[in-house]
Ligand binder design. Sequence first.
Ligand code: ATP
Ligand code: MG
Length: 515
Amino acid sequence: MSTLRELAEEHTQLRPADIDHLHRIAGDWQLLSDMSFADLLLWVPVDGDGTFLCVAQVRPTTAPTAYLDDQVGRIIGGPEVAHLEVAHRQGRIWREGDPVWYGDVPARHEAIPVRLRTADGESGEVIAVVGRDTNLSTARTPSQLELNYLTTADDLAQMIADGTFPPPRHPGETTSAPRVGDGLVRLDANGKVTYASPNAQSAYRRMGYASHLVGEDLAKLHRRLAGDPLEGTDAGNAVLAALRGEAPPRREIDARGATVLTRALPLMPAGVPIGVLVLVRDITEVRRRDRALITKDATIREIHHRVKNNLQTVAALLRLQARRVGMPEARVALEESVRRVASIALVHETLSMSSDEAVEFDGIVDRVASAATEVAATEVTVGMRRQGSFGVLPAEIATSLVMVLNELLLNAVEHGFPPTGEEGPASPDGAGRPEVVVSAHRFRKQLHVSVADNGRGLPEQFDAERGGNLGLQIVRALITGELRGTIELRNGATGGTEAVLVVPLARTPTDRLTP
Ligand SMILES: Nc1ncnc2c1ncn2[C@@H]1O[C@H](COP(=O)(O)OP(=O)(O)OP(=O)(O)O)[C@@H](O)[C@H]1O
Ligand SMILES: [Mg+2]
């Protein structure tokens, strides 16, 4: 389905600023739809031919819809657009028709012109029309709540026609504003409550205000609830600003352990400030969960920290044991285990310092690489180099991958460049000094890694698919198991050995990265 912007760009000559305004309307109009108990359709005139195109639609959450089918993308003309035409041409709200029928649903049509004021506050032009269509099949005598909603809805409709609704958005505010179902308070021009919906009444009750809201001075009440009656509180000031016709940002009130989000909208149909609409939402639970998440984050970091400590203890024990055993082979095996455990500890150490379950992997690789050269310090000094970047990796990939790289790096140093005299020259092609290059890049949600040395290459008759001791067994098990990737071990094009890995990245929700 096309977006509002795509539809408008394709079929109309609306300017970017016009389309932005239509987006603002569509971001805030659920409120109007709910209070009108009506569907809202946003119609834009198609170039030249007298037809109108529907670019957005919203259904009321408070009443049955007049349209079971989606209307976005529909183009209408002829007698069907007469009321839209009037609103568009004359710039006034049209509401003088008889009910029309959609199948077996009777509906009342209204048309509200959408005006975009010019930057200097001049009245500006009508750029679109909001169709307000009410399903009449369930219409009955409206209740007090409904009457209040309808009056306020008419004020907002007039403000759309004036170009004063929706108010400018404050930076950082999302559209998840309080909605009418959360709670609604209407103030008169003096800031006194004339109506409060049951949900609004409940929100204030949770903050410790038990009596009825009607007649209260809301700015003063907000100050009282927030506990500083003299100083203007944010939520109190917001009400005062809206009474002056300004559109203040959303504010929270904390009182008695409850948190309530408020949004004050000035009501000024035809430019005259007549009062304020305050939407309130009890967000105590949301805030409590936020806090719980913060503690959960800290707990996870602490766990990683402890896992790291435990792994380091295990490594220390093994090292101790390695020193005590007499048999050289056993000692080497134990020392290798020390390195394997230590490389995993590295990942947990990094995780314990980051705020989410993902690690900046390059630093880890560099540390594992330099450890590999140190450990295998034979007579040959092997250089280590990293090309490209691993980026940020989710924890579960990082732990397996660090093990794999550890083995491959050790192999490159140990077998690529054996001590001279043991098995021929270290670098048969004589091309430069011994070096291992780890390269990494991301491509199509995959991580491509290669570990290449310029050593003496794999032994003859080496079975690259299955051959090897414990080291390569660990590597293959992790690659095909945990990492669900592939590995190829081969002789490099210019001598030496190259291990090429491909690891898919897109399978975990924790991986929030673009390749
Ligand atoms: N980069 C390399 N250059 C040359 N030969 C290699 C290289 N990598 C692996 N090999 C060969 O593959 C064999 C198997 O490696 P593998 O890591 O499985 O075992 P290992 O290194 O001998 O012992 P460990 O289990 O301690 O790692 C090595 O013994 C070596 O002969
Ligand atoms: Mg090995």
